[in-house]
Structures are given as C-alpha cells and as structure tokens.
Design a protein around this ligand. Structure first.
Ligand code: 2RA
Length: 353
C-alpha cells in the first residue's frame, strides 16, 4: 500500500550505492521498487533487499504507477526524462545538474531545508552537486547559530565524482604505475601511461590523476571559472537561502577513489568560538566530529568512505579574520554526496505524499 519508488540509472556508480543504501535500511515504505536504466542494461537482474529485480528500459511507460522516481543519470538524460516522469504523475528527485538552479525546483538537503520538499511546482526536486553537499550539513548548522556571510572553499575531489569511467581510469593508472619509479622528472608519469596504452587524451581527466592533483573539475565557464566552482557558489546560496553569500571556490581532483574533502573558510556575522562550533557540530546527528589535534585525530577519506555522515575536524578560529572558522570536511561523495541525500529526500516525500 506504500508508494512505488523507481530508480533511474540503477546500474551506474551512484545507482549501485543507492541499492546498497536501500539494502541497509531496517525498513522501507515502498510497496514496489522498480529499477530503470538505458536499453543497454535492460533485462539485467539485480538483487534489492533480498529480492531479484529485472532492470526495465527507460520509456514513458516505465513510470506508470510510479510515485517517486530517483534519477542518477547524466544531465541530458534527466533534462529529457524527469519532466516525462513528472507528467506521468511521479515526483522526480533528480541528482543531475539539469534543474538545480531552476527557481521552480527546490534544491534540498534535508538537514538544512527539508521544508522545501513540499514546494515543487514542476514535480521535480533537485539533489545538490556532491561537492556542495559535502559541506552543507556543517555549514547549515553553523549558519543557524552564527549567520554565514562569506565562504572560501578548496575541494579535494575523488575520482568517482566523474562516474564509473573515472573510477576505472584511476585504477588503470594505478596499475600502470605499480612498481615504476616516477615523480623524478617532468613527463615520466605520462610516459608510463602512454606505454601502457593509457594516453591522457583517452582519460576523463585532463591530466594524469595518479601521482598528481588536478586543479580542474567540470567544464570551462566565463573568466576561467569551472562549472564545478560555480556550482559550489550558486548551490550554496540557494540551499542556505543566502542569495548574496560571498563565495569563492577552487575545485581540485585528487587520486582518491571515493570521498570528497573540502577545506572551508567561513566568515560569520556573529562571534564564533571553536568550543561553540564543536558543540553545534557534535549535536548535529549527521555529522561526526573528529577533532583532536593533540592526538592527530582529523577526518580523512580513508576513514570516511562507505559511511553516511559527514566527518568534520580541524576546526580553528582564524587568527587574522574576525568571526571566522577554518575547518576540514570529508563526505562520501557517492553516499551523502549523491545517493543517500537523494534517498533521504525520497523518504521525506513518502511521509508527505
Ligand atoms: C564531481 N561533483 O565530483 C562532480 C560530479 N558529481 O565530478
């Protein structure tokens, strides 16, 4: 008797994590879970909560009877198909970039703006970009207390933000470099990759990712900014409801498979202390505070991957900037950064349908 849930993009990197999240739930409100993917994956069998389900091909009819359709597909697929799902009566919860900045589509992080779930004139709710999302639980909680004014962010983004092909590429590069001595002279990493049949021209990344950090994520926008950096700015403003929030972001790709990290410099209207920030962060159920500098305890991707909460640490009061906190955040970009937040929105919807 519960709502019917569809997962569009069931066989992709985020879709796979979504199934893992549904498997891990003690109970689910759904009367049916339907798996939808491209025609190429149709017919594939996947087990969800102990039940073998057959993936059906994306078509308008696939949405018949569906109440909530979660989309984990590329922007152009969502742009075409989320409105079709909505026109067939489903609420589309979309994890692509296609609708995030549409004023008629709420951009939801349940800890920050769950009230927006009910405000969906197009029948579409957007899930934020994983980079923005990774810091939202922390910033939302701190903003409620201290009123956020300015944000300077550097990201350390994992390969899996680029999907399965990007994960495969990082593993292939790691394998090609195994046992090789590199990092000695310019060009040595590229030579090893070329010799292994892995020229950078074939990579989803614009440079080798192993033995490297790449100050580039997304596509080129005006004045040298990347799409990813503009998403951090625009989406943070929309989610936090601060249209004039000053934001400057530099997005960087690092050779980590999964978990985005961010170094955050947040300026507030009111006086802040590390002690008060610790209290607020520790009280937020979806945050784990790992901040004991004397014991060298801080968040890292290695200790975050596969976990639902956001891990926050290195909280410091900036020495030369009043009312300002610097801190470090790690969030599994495929879980809270993508699948988990989408699923939490769907759960919120199920309560309100
Ligand atoms: C990335 N945030 O990490 C983007 C995609 N979701 O590439």
């Amino acid at each position: 008797s519960g709502p019917v849930l569809a997962l569009v993009g069931a066989t992709g990197a985020v879709g796979t994590v979504m199934i893992d999240i549904m498997d891990g739930r003690a109970s689910v409100p759904w009367s049916e879970i339907r798996l939808i993917a491209s025609a190429r994956s149709a017919g594939k069998k996947l087990t969800v909560r102990g039940e073998e389900l057959t993936v059906v091909a994306l078509s308008p009819e696939a949405f018949d009877g569906v109440d909530i359709a979660m989309f984990d597909v590329p922007d152009e697929v969502s742009a075409e198909w989320a409105p079709i799902a909505a026109s067939r009566g489903a609420v589309a919860v979309d994890n692509s970039g296609a609708f995030r900045m549409d004023p008629e589509v709420p951009l939801v992080v349940p800890e920050v703006n769950a009230d927006q779930i009910s405000n969906r004139p197009k029948g579409i709710i957007a899930n934020p970009n994983c980079t923005t999302l990774s810091m939202m639980a922390a910033l939302g909680a701190l903003h409620r207390e201290f009123e956020l004014k300015e944000l300077v962010v550097s990201s350390y983004q994992a390969a899996s933000g680029g999907g399965q092909a990007a994960i495969d590429r990082l593993y292939a590069e790691l394998e090609a470099l195994a046992g090789k001595e590199v990092g000695v002279r310019v060009g040595d990493v590229r030579e090893v990759l070329d010799a292994a049949g892995l020229p950078v021209s074939d990579s989803p990344f614009p440079a080798p990712l192993v033995q490297n950090v790449i100050p580039w994520a997304g596509s080129l926008k005006d004045d040298g900014w990347t799409s990813e950096e503009l998403k951090v700015r625009n989406e943070s403003r929309k989610i936090l409801g601060i249209p004039d929030l000053k934001v400057s972001a530099t997005c960087v790709r690092v050779p980590v498979v999964t978990t985005h990290s961010l170094a955050v410099h947040a300026v507030f209207a009111r006086e802040v202390t590390v002690e008060a920030a610790h209290k607020i962060l520790a009280a937020q159920p979806t945050i784990v505070l790992v901040d004991d500098p004397a014991e060298l305890k801080f968040p890292t991707p290695v200790d975050t991957v596969g976990e639902d909460p956001t891990f926050v640490g290195r909280v410091r009061q900036a020495l030369d900037f009043p009312n300002t906190l610097d801190f470090f955040v790690c969030g599994d970009n495929l879980r809270k950064g993508a699948a988990l937040n989408t699923y939490e929105i769907a759960e919120g919807l199920a309560e309100r349908l």
